[in-house]
Design a protein around this ligand. Structure first.
Ligand code: NAD
Ligand code: SER
Length: 318
């Protein structure tokens, strides 16, 4: 039987849940197998329980489901990773090795592996951080992403595995909740706002970070994966940008729609992580190589987030 199915690993997560639906809309529900550690509910296509640390289970699934592409989204994110660095390293690296090895040995067509702005550290340019910049990350998450990018590049150059990658900024969406990152505040704040609640932010008011609205993140991912291979100059990972804002600026954007909304600040350990990251990103390589262009700015995102979240809280359907 022809191998022509897509496997998503970590499909129950913030990005995986939305990416699964987007890929099913393009390729058909039956062509996209969604997997995670726990059973996935409410899917209109095939699902599997898979621990990406189990190389044999992964190889069996790839063969039995006739998989030709893997989107490997499973990871421990920046803030959770700092609570148990060795566990974060083990999960992030071993799962990636399992994916790269199965893709090499079973000759899969393409692999997607997201990296992050967390690859940068304090030595990197803070503004318009370039594509090729010094990478000295300060979290175990960032270290695992730098190592992962280099292994992706190695598998491409040495074995010809077509691995593609984006350095996502903080991703914001109404469809799903974030899973333990430093940028999570920018999702939580909208949930508080639509419920008429004040929000206490774990970052200070002037902390500017690169962010991207979910529809743009999904579009970028699909666009990169559809791009002709000979257009791709970066085989580590592409810088990707949408917008940059501070907690004070997102609060002002929300107050423009909901005048009673109030924010206060109580920075915790995540402040140091955020301070080590870029404030804005130069994504010209992505723009030049495969035509990347974001559509949402902060105010457009705020309007859309509030529209969707109001409806969810009104109907109780999440
Ligand atoms: P998330 O934490 O919301 O979801 C990760 C999913 O992976 C979870 O559903 C979890 O159950 C699953 N998982 C964890 N360990 C697993 C294992 N051993 N086997 C199988 N599944 C496992 O993460 P996310 O925000 O959706 O991020 C997806 C990817 O994008 C990650 O690689 C992350 O580093 C990257 N990324 C995310 C952001 C962001 O802002 N969300 C930004 C930059 C990069
Ligand atoms: N949003 C992610 C995090 O905060 C960035 O990779 O961990």
């Amino acid at each position: 039987m022809k191998k022509d199915r897509i496997l998503i690993i970590g499909a129950g997560g913030q990005i995986g849940a939305v990416l699964t639906e987007a890929l099913r809309a393009v390729h058909g529900a039956d062509s996209v197998v969604a997997s995670d550690l726990r059973p996935l509910e409410g899917h209109d296509g095939p699902t599997e329980v898979l621990d990406a640390l189990d190389a044999n289970a992964l190889a069996e699934l790839v063969q039995s489901r006739h998989i030709s592409q893997i989107y490997h989204l499973a990871a421990i994110l920046s803030a959770t990773g700092e609570k148990d660095p060795m566990r974060a390293w083990e999960i992030n690296m071993r799962s990636l090795f399992n994916v790269l090895e199965v893709s090499r040995s079973l000759q899969l067509d393409k692999v997607y592996f997201p990296s992050s702005i967390a690859v940068f550290g304090r030595e990197a340019a803070k503004q318009q951080t370039p594509q090729y910049e010094v990478l000295i990350p300060e979290t175990v998450y960032g270290i695992s992403k730098v190592a992962g990018e280099n292994w992706a590049n190695y598998y491409y150059r040495r074995y010809g595995v077509d691995v593609r990658s984006l350095r996502y900024p903080g991703i914001i969406g109404h469809e799903s909740m974030p899973g333990g990152g430093t940028t999570d505040y920018a999702v939580d704040i909208y949930h508080y706002a639509v419920q008429g609640r004040d929000y206490e932010c774990f970052l200070g008011p002037e902390t500017s970070l690169p962010m991207l609205y979910m529809p743009d993140a999904i579009r970028a991912t699909l666009q990169l994966m559809e791009a002709p291979a000979d257009r791709l100059s970066a085989r580590t990972s592409y810088n990707l940008a949408g917008m940059s804002f501070t907690p004070a600026e997102i609060a002002a954007s929300i107050s423009g729609e909901l005048p009673g909304f109030r924010i206060s600040y109580k920075p915790d350990f995540r402040q140091a992580i955020a301070d080590s990251w870029p404030a804005s990103i130069d994504d010209s390589a992505a723009r030049n190589d495969w035509g990347w262009k974001p559509e949402f700015d902060l105010d457009a995102m705020t309007k859309d987030m509030l529209l969707h979240l109001r409806e969810k809280y009104r109907t109780g359907v999440f």
